[in-house]
Design a protein around this ligand. Structure first.
Ligand code: NAD
Length: 367
């Protein structure tokens, strides 16, 4: 049986500004201002970007540094994303209560959803429930499948003007007649809790810059690695997938943490040769069982973002969710792996709540 444990973590939840951190005091070129001209105070993300460039490898052993044999008996440690996310959510809940008691305000999240895709409806419902659980106010604008760009922009600007809304997200994908890029451009970076605005993404890409928000799924992946005691600096990492929402920002974040990053995508020849060199593999291709056991270096840490419905007549809805990794093979080779479901998914929602809380703290200068 595969051990499913929550790992001891070295990095506690960092909801406050660590002393000496650059996180709160952005440099002048990065200072954004509210409409009334007050500078926006940048609270640090859970995943800190404040990592010195001149690092020395830590003598401390990582949890996963022991040599791994490739015998059939070997099973990886399962990184329990749900457990880690629950911990984070509990801390966010207490921060929201502290804010309410201290200044009588709570964070607010607005979600715009277009059409009635079943998966989008489920994701939105889960986000709303998670908000309610931690005391974040949430609201949804449900627009018809054939809504016009102006209707969508109208919903965006009314949430934008609402001071009780600190984060706005547009549930993707949008129907084809709506240009996602143009819509995201209109969303102000100060409320872009998904971190997809070009200004936030650009600041993530540039050393010495701080985005206001880091995209939730990539942030959740790094947070899981850190909290599981996985050393990132100096390690080889392969990211499979280069989408704007997962692959690209994940590779940027890993670089900010001083990994040497290779990116594999649909046009990459012999992807297994690149993947099998990696100490850390993050896969977000959307292809079930793409990564086989023999793609992995023994002892690699595997973060499986893939969430793919596959037919399964024995399950209640006729399908089940599976990752990009052939789990049964990978657990015999990897030292640690995230399950699907129960790995990255819960972390994504926890990071959304965290970004929304950070945004409200920034607006109210609440520390
Ligand atoms: P996408 O379709 O936008 O991007 C997929 C990427 O994978 C592309 O860059 C493509 O080049 C690459 N790719 C496709 N086939 C490949 C192959 N055979 N070999 C190598 N690379 C290949 O998808 P996305 O939005 O980035 O999502 C990827 C997966 O992650 C999906 O399964 C999605 O459901 C899942 N996802 C999960 C969460 C979560 O919270 N758990 C969040 C977002 C996405």
């Amino acid at each position: 049986m595969i051990p499913r444990v929550a790992l001891p973590w070295r990095n506690g939840l960092r909801l406050r500004v660590p002393s000496g951190s650059r996180g709160c005091s952005s440099s002048s070129h990065n200072t954004l201002r509210n409409d009334d001209g007050r500078p926006i105070v940048i609270s640090p993300p859970l995943v800190s970007l404040d990592i010195p460039d001149d690092w020395a490898p830590s003598p401390a052993h990582s949890c996963f540094s022991s040599p791994i044999s490739s015998s059939n008996e070997q099973t990886a440690t399962v990184i329990d994303g749900k457990f880690i996310a629950d911990e984070i959510r509990t801390r966010i809940g207490s921060e929201v209560r502290r804010m309410k008691e201290g200044i009588g305000m709570v964070p607010g999240l607005a979600v715009i959803v277009v059409g009635h895709r079943r998966d989008s409806q489920t994701y939105v419902r889960n986000k709303m429930m998670a908000c309610a659980e931690v005391g974040i106010k949430s609201m949804v604008a449900q627009l018809p499948e054939d809504c016009t760009k102006d209707q969508l922009l109208g919903a965006l600007s009314s949430f934008d003007a609402d001071p009780s809304v600190h984060g706005i997200l547009v549930q993707l994908p949008l129907p084809q007649h709506l240009d996602e890029g143009k819509v995201l451009d209109v969303l102000r970076p100060e409320k872009d809790v998904d971190g997809f605005h070009p200004l936030n993404m650009g600041n993530l890409a540039m050393r010495g810059r701080e985005p206001l928000f880091i995209p939730c799924t990539p942030k959740g992946c790094i947070e899981m690695l850190l909290r599981s005691g996985v050393e990132i600096a100096g390690k080889k990492a392969t990211v499979i997938g280069r989408s704007n929402i997962v692959g690209l920002p994940t590779s940027l974040l890993l670089q900010r943490h001083h990994a040497t990053v290779s990116i594999v995508h649909a046009f990459t020849k012999n992807p297994e040769l690149i993947t099998c060199e990696a100490d850390i593999v993050v896969t977000a291709a959307g292809v079930p069982n793409l990564v086989r056991g023999n793609w992995l270096k023994p002892g690699a840490v595997v973060i499986d973002v893939g969430t793919n419905p596959v037919e399964d007549p024995s399950s209640e809805h006729g399908y089940r969710l599976t990752g990009d990794v052939c789990y049964e093979e990978a657990v015999r080779v990897a030292s640690a792996i995230t399950p699907v479901p129960g790995g990255v998914g819960p972390m994504t929602i926890a990071m959304l709540l965290s970004n929304t809380l950070d945004s409200a703290k920034r607006v109210y200068a609440f520390t």
